[in-house]
Design a protein around this ligand. Structure first.
Ligand SMILES: N[C@@H](CCC(=O)N[C@@H](CS)C(=O)NCC(=O)O)C(=O)O
Length: 215
């Protein structure tokens, strides 16, 4: 039996955790799930109370939330160097970007996909999406500045926030006018993270699962 099982749906937030599993060369299995089911997979529900991906089952029990899963894995596999450690002068910035992605970027990304979570009325949904996109403009400007030295948050070696950001920037619809090139440092970041063999192996698995579901 593998050390970890990732509860995963294709092309979702699970991609960040999945890429970290590949990056740290963990022994893992993927348990593919379907979202928005009335009758969810019991193992998925046990690991993820809202049936959202990602969730992880591992030697210490289960963990859900993208940031928690990614950091948990990074800390269990320190040899991969995905964490800026306590005592390092970059630790505060590491925590800042880690939490910024979860609490400032992610809510507006989710609104771009699912305004119906907040309003039943399509007109209100469109207004919410537009005002959320205005907020995203500021977030992407901030991230573009943060990545000026790049290509990653802390130079040439990626850490956890790079996987969390990189997998979201695969979704063009989260950018104003769907155009990442307005943010050249974010585009460079996406190119760098997507060139990593770990990320390519993760993407291959998501593409294969997407194709399998279309058959
Ligand atoms: N805060 C959660 C959000 C995860 C999330 O919303 N995942 C989506 C897929 S991208 C999902 O599972 N949605 C199903 C639902 O909301 O019921 C995290 O970062 O893990």
């Amino acid at each position: 039996m593998a050390d970890y099982t990732l509860f995963c749906a294709p092309d979702t937030y699970a991609m960040g955790a999945h890429a970290v599993l590949e990056e740290v060369q963990a022994d893992y299995a993927v348990h593919w799930v379907h979202l928005f089911e009335n009758d969810p997979d019991p193992a998925f529900l046990a690991a993820s109370p809202h049936c959202r991906t990602p969730a992880l089952a591992g030697p210490d029990g289960t963990v859900f939330e993208t940031g928690a899963v990614c950091l948990y894995l990074a800390e269990r596999h320190p040899e991969a160097g995905l964490v800026i450690p306590v005592g390092d002068q970059r630790r505060g910035a590491f925590l800042q970007w880690f939490h910024y992605l979860a609490t400032t970027l992610q809510p507006d990304v989710i609104i771009q996909y699912h305004p119906e979570f907040y309003h039943a009325d399509p007109t209100l949904q469109a207004q919410l999406r537009d005002s959320s996109m205005q907020r995203l403009r500021g977030v992407f400007e901030t991230l573009n500045t943060a990545l000026a030295d790049g290509p990653y948050f802390f130079g040439d070696h990626p850490t956890v926030p790079d996987f969390v950001l990189g997998m979201q920037t695969l979704w063009d619809v989260i950018f104003p006018e769907g155009d990442i090139t307005a943010y050249p440092n974010i585009a460079r970041h996406r190119d760098a993270i997507c060139a990593r063999p770990s990320v390519q192996r993760m993407q291959d698995q998501h593409r294969a699962e997407t194709a399998r579901r279309k058959r």
